[in-house]
Design a protein around this ligand. Sequence first.
Ligand code: CP
Length: 308
Amino acid sequence: RKHLLDIESLSPEEINTVLDTARAFKAVGERAIKKVPALRGKTVINLFIEPSTRTRISFELAAQRLTADIINFTAEASSLKKGETLKDTARNLEALNADIIIIRHSATGAAHFLSRFLNASVINAGDGAHEHPTQALLDTYTIRERKGKIAGLKVTILGDILYSRVARSNIWALLKLGAHVTLCGPSTLVPKVFEKMGCRVTHNVEEAIADADIINLLRIQHERQRKSMFPSLGEYTSLFGLNKKRLAITKPDALIMHPGPINRGVEIDSEIADCGRSVILEQVTNGLAVRMAVLFLINGGKGPQEVG
Ligand code: CP
């Protein structure tokens, strides 16, 4: 594929190729080999128009490990501030010989939009409340690495589903790989319409977490919500937050996941975020190998057999 725009359009085989290639890159990293020349001479641009810590920095590191030139576009210091359009911005970056443009934007469809007129490859690093494909790939990678499989696992995604691009991409990836997906949270943020995708929807947190193999917690995204919307953060914490009492009813080997950034004390108790069952920082570590795999495959790499 030339672009990575979403998970919805990927086949299970394509997802597994990314995960297998990421495994190969992680193995290379474990041999303390920091750099491979796969993208030598290529230019990658991080076009982030929304804030990011994990995604932007791991794409930057991934490009460096593949020996690409990587430029971080800073929206606040750019000519977007003078009224230049996103289309003109992207076309100018391409005129500077960008081979791959990684875009994060608050608008749904921003990555698809760029892919319609650019010759460069486009990678979606999060578009509004639509998709965040590399987050889902690193999440499924982490689950597969820890549990040895995805198919048949019970995965509960708890929190703000309606406004979450992480949820949407995870749902597509997990269902395509054969997991059973339960969505839980307040009815204002977890509407029953998600059942049409093939998920179970419940508003009872104890029911959602008791038999889960994986509990993936999502942040309440106040930046994407109407101000009057229920619940408030305090109400959310008391009704749905993962605390010690709730953790006690979960399976002892259930993994606790979170894409970050965490609101400690809101969707998750601080102690639980740091406990032995939390794989939150492993997710971040795996994001580097997964993003190396995505850049490598977008650049024409065939799969793990080509990773040195
Ligand atoms: N999970 C995630 O996308 O984090 P950042 O917003 O920090 O990139």
